[in-house]
Write a protein that binds this ligand. Structure first.
Ligand code: HEM
Length: 223
């Protein structure tokens, strides 16, 4: 991976959103060899698998959940961080020249360059946001296209090709695109966020509690 020095803000990147000038922002993970932790992010097993070309599949496995949230914290900091760790890096890709060749079509990429919008269900407000014509809407992550990119299940070849379009790193210290005024309350926002949490966030702790209760029950019965 080339070392990039140019930093651009999300706001600047968001201005390149036409067929003649199209930039996308996608998360990358770089595997770094360190003796001590220098990244802000803890050891993330998905980053290692992503680096090996298994990203989209691996990110959502239960094993990954365990490694990231349990074993990752227990052993990751103590043992593995001595050797390697992954750093999150948002990169900016100028894909203008690739739009016509993209096997998934240019429209999917172009739509990912617009600020993301989400429809808030059960909200009767008629407020409309000009960018996406959803009623009502919230902006989530500016024009970050990582989710769409990962959802498409790109191959390692596609990821390697993508790196050739990299023009800059996203400046994490720069302000992101301001959230538009919407009529939804913060409470609705929180409920939506909780609903959006992947199943494994609930399934694993619930299974652990179930197993603990079961073992405790058997132990008491044997006594
Ligand atoms: C940034 C540079 C990108 C490159 C170099 C790239 C490259 C590719 C390639 C080579 C394929 C063919 C399948 C494969 O080999 O994986 C593909 C398919 C696809 N890509 Fe991209 N892509 C890029 C960005 C994006 C983005 C930002 C999106 C979504 C917003 C996207 C959505 C898709 C979709 C939907 C398919 C079709 C998958 C299918 O039909 O199975 N791509 N892309």
């Amino acid at each position: 991976m080339p070392t990039l020095t140019k930093l651009v803000s999300m706001q600047e990147a968001a201005q390149h959103n036409t067929k003649d000038d199209c930039w996308v922002v996608i998360d990358g993970k770089i595997l770094m060899f360190h003796r001590f932790s220098t990244c802000t992010e803890a050891l993330d097993f998905s980053g290692i698998l992503q680096w090996m070309g298994l990203g989209a599949w691996a990110s959502y496995t239960l094993a990954n959940y365990f490694l990231l949230h349990h074993i990752g914290f227990l052993f990751g900091h103590v043992l593995l961080n001595w050797q390697f760790e992954t750093c999150k890096l948002q990169q900016v890709y100028d894909v203008t020249s690739y739009l016509d060749e993209h096997p998934g079509g240019d429209d999917v990429i172009l739509s990912a360059t617009e600020p993301h919008c989400e429809e808030l269900k059960n909200n009767k407000s008629t407020m409309m946001h000009t960018d996406c014509n959803l009623v009502p809407v919230i902006h989530t992550e500016g024009k970050d296209a990582t989710e769409e990119f990962e959802d498409a299940g790109h191959s390692k070849d596609a990821r390697d090709l993508m790196e050739t379009f990299c023009v800059a790193e996203l400046d994490p210290s720069a302000a992101t695109i301001p959230e538009p005024e919407v009529s939804s309350s913060k409470q609705v926002d929180m409920i939506q966020k909780i609903k959006d949490l992947p199943l494994q966030y609930w399934a694993v702790p619930a299974a652990l509690v179930g197993i603990s209760v079961g073992v405790g029950f058997l132990y008491l019965r044997r006594k």
